[in-house]
Design a protein around this ligand. Structure first.
Ligand code: ADP
Ligand code: MG
Length: 476
């Protein structure tokens, strides 16, 4: 794609933002990328199917018009889902799964026989508020407990077992962990278990569904009904809170959260980051979120991976009795395949597929061949901005508050720039957020620091080495 195309795209985005306003823009278009412009067709991508269909049905013409204003030759817009390309077709998605969760599920796992959770269309719930789809396999029975998730599991159990009039012990319960470490599994387990007893209504929503419900409720002038419906809920479970975007959504989330908590209802939240790192929410919400129980789930240890694999094979055998995986093979996968639950599942799916298609028994040799590309030397550690600030401050003999302060003396400016540079290169945080975490600085200041250090390391061997050492300290 040419620079000119990218430039057109920037202008189109500006125009779009001006037309729809910041809020709408950041809710729906923030994560839209330009893929290609070919023969009058512009191909744009978004990360989820939900965003795609929403944009298609509400904004397709507007997006096209913005392009045409920029370039009269454009006649068509094509929207695609970005991650669909990355998600290899390991297992055919089952229709009842939520789109974002459907990749790589183990086929034909067991289904619990107990009550169905509340779904869209349940009487008493505003239709915009139907729960997100649940996966029947994500229950407490299939959740394996190990060192890294004991606390989160215990808290989840407690929440699920609580009766209507029990006093709420920790509210909200906030679980955070990296990708594939079992957040969605635990949240859906709470929902299944809670709704099986019909004691308290448990509503499971992805943050996107929450945004969607609210936005569409506003459109149909029933924000009040929406609020009433939400308030009639015993337990509200929100998954992937990091995707909540837009100021008005944030404000409404804040009201909802306060209303539920003040009324003694339970709120459970999962996110890929701690409350302090949720950049789209304001300080009051962040502190409210941090005021309950915040639990982090660590990477799945080898032992836990092994147990998960064993349980998975067991479940698969219910449908494929001849599927036999020798323990050494499971040991091998547990040892070598990454810490992410999704890859474990992917690895087993391949063995199963191979076994079914060729009729060959599962052996260590076959496993080595089949899962080769899932083996990674070591998952990079999740580096936290606080750790970066601490390590850099120590290295340069300044205090962490110096780094966050507005002091501009040389002995503080350079370490601060190094720390910002490391924050940008070692974490997935955005420039505005890094700025915020460095004493409320502007994102342009962060960008300047990053560029500055990038420029220096090319020429300054000593600095380059210092930075290497800092990186190693942070990643080991
Ligand atoms: P997250 O929502 O944290 O990204 P998921 O809950 O979707 O992760 O988990 C990814 C996969 O790993 C799922 O198939 C899930 O069942 C499995 N998994 C993760 N942790 C566990 C566990 N402790 N026991 C059993 N399965 C697990
Ligand atoms: Mg999840």
């Amino acid at each position: 794609m040419s620079n000119a195309d990218q430039e057109s795209w920037s202008r189109v985005k500006e125009r779009l933002r001006a037309e729809v306003g910041d809020d709408v823009y950041s809710s729906w278009f923030q994560r839209m990328d330009l893929e290609a412009i070919e023969e009058g067709t512009v191909r744009l991508s978004v990360p989820t199917r939900f965003l795609k269909s929403w944009i298609q049905s509400h904004y397709a013409e507007r997006v096209l018009a913005c392009w045409q204003a920029q370039d009269a030759k454009i006649g068509r817009i094509e929207l695609i889902v970005r991650s669909a390309v990355l998600r290899s077709a390991v297992a055919k998605p089952k229709p009842q799964l939520a789109p974002a969760e459907s990749a790589g599920r183990f086929p034909n796992g067991h289904a619990p026989g107990n009550g169905r959770p509340m779904l869209a269309g349940d009487p008493g719930v505003h239709e915009a508020l139907g729960g997100s789809p649940l996966d029947t396999r994500l229950t407490f029975e299939s959740f394996v407990v190990g060192r890294s998730n004991t606390l989160a599991h215990a808290a989840a159990k407690q929440v699920a077992a609580a009766k209507r009039d029990d006093s709420v012990m920790f509210n909200p319960l906030y679980i955070h962990a990296g990708v594939g470490l079992g957040k969605t599994h635990l949240l859906q387990a709470i929902t299944w278990a809670g709704n099986a007893t019909a004691e308290r209504k448990v509503l499971y929503l992805t943050a996107e569904k929450f945004m969607y419900g609210f936005v569409s409720a506003l459109r149909t002038q029933t924000a009040l009904a929406f609020k009433e419906a939400l308030r009639g809920i015993g337990v509200l479970v929100i998954d992937d809170l990091q995707f909540l975007q837009g100021k008005s959504t944030g404000t409404e989330f804040c009201h909802t959260l306060n209303a539920l908590i003040d009324a003694g209802r339970q709120v459970v939240i999962a996110s890929d980051r701690p409350p302090s790192d949720l950049e789209s929410l304001d300080d009051r919400v962040r502190s409210r979120l941090a005021g309950g129980l915040v639990v982090e789930m660590g990477p799945l240890g080898e032992e836990l991976r092994f147990e998960i694999l064993k349980a998975r094979v067991q479940a698969a055998r219910a449908h494929h009795p001849s599927f036999d995986v020798p323990l050494p093979v499971l040991g091998y996968i547990a040892k070598t395949v990454t810490h992410n639950g999704r890859d474990l599942e992917g690895a087993l799916n391949r063995l199963l597929a191979h076994n079914k298609l060729t009729g060959h028994p599962v052996t260590l040799e076959m496993a080595e061949r089949e899962v080769r590309d899932l083996i990674r030397p070591q998952e990079p550690k999740r580096v936290k901005i606080e750790d970066i600030q601490r390590v850099v401050a120590r290295q340069y003999n300044v205090s962490r508050s110096d780094l966050l302060s507005s002091r501009r003396t040389a002995n503080v400016v350079r370490p601060r720039q190094v720390a910002m540079y490391l924050a940008k290169t070692l974490t997935l945080r955005s420039l505005p957020e890094i700025g915020r975490r460095f004493g409320g600085r502007d994102h342009t200041t962060v960008l300047h620091a990053v560029r500055k250090i990038e420029g220096l390391v090319g020429n300054d061997m000593a600095l380059a080495e210092e930075i290497e050492i800092l990186k190693r300290q942070l990643q080991d």
